[in-house]
Ligand binder design. Sequence first.
Ligand SMILES: Cc1cc2nc3c(=O)[nH]c(=O)nc-3n(C[C@H](O)[C@H](O)[C@H](O)COP(=O)(O)O)c2cc1C
Length: 304
Amino acid sequence: MVDLSVKIGKLRLKNPVMVASGTWGIEYDELTETDLIGAVVLKTITLEERSGNLPPRIAETASGMLNSIGLENKGVEDFIRNKLPAMSGLEAPIVVSIAGDDEKQFSRLARSLSRFARVNALEVNLSCPNIKYGLSEGLIAQDEKATYRVVKAVRAATDLTVIVKLSPNVTDIGKIAKAAEAAGADALSVANTFIAMAVDVDTWKPKLGNVTGGLSGPAIKPLSLRAVWEAAKKTSVPIIGIGGIMNASDAVEFMLCGASAVQVGTANFVNPQTPAEIVKGLEIYMKKRGIKNIKSLIGSLKMG
Ligand SMILES: Cc1cc2nc3c(=O)[nH]c(=O)nc-3n(C[C@H](O)[C@H](O)[C@H](O)COP(=O)(O)O)c2cc1C
């Protein structure tokens, strides 16, 4: 028997494989062995309904994809009334992803979701425009002070495990990671998509209605891996590695660089069974090498 369990804040996961926000929904439950997965992170919700960005919102790129969904969702009340009850049968812990324009919206979301036993943790998505702090084009996750204030407000509003999802679109992710940790984050998700674009050479137009979008998939794996490595060096909270993970060896790479768990996103669109297959693959990897406890991989990269 190998021990695949890990701890993320107060959350005990039977294995370190999670599905990433926006890439899994309860409709997928029939297509996947969801019971094998460590946890599911749901698509980001906001206080009010949002219609999202102009279409087209998806474009394929070499070894990846661009998306500019723009946080389309029906708002927290609809989530509580219609979505959450539909998930009562799920065995995997549920992590609810939240986003807002400022710390007040984040803390209202955190408070209202904390009343439900089926919400096992919150993931604070900081890849939203930093309206309040005056960076017209910037994201909350690009600003240390804004990150600190939002995380602090969420921390004060809930006893649930608070996972803070960072953006890789920064000069020094270590600084932002430290700000989130200082404000009370229990764990960090590293990271969201890389801002990018693609152009149609027949129409001379951008392929996305929003012009730019987030790049995900295998194309970003080496970049995300480096972001995890940098964040892990600067903080002591558990890190959840995200970016282009397609198989068990990708997951091992992230864990060796300091991740305690991983999230699988784009791979779900190729094969919704990927997270379950990664769980099985990790077990095989460990048995082959006589590794009894997966925790021994975390941050064990050998230097020199
Ligand atoms: C179609 C799509 C929708 C996404 N929606 C969200 C979202 O609502 N909230 C969020 O935090 N991340 C969202 N993401 C980002 C993923 O959770 C993940 O951080 C990113 O795709 C990198 O991982 P991957 O390369 O495994 O896909 C989305 C990604 C995709 C491809």
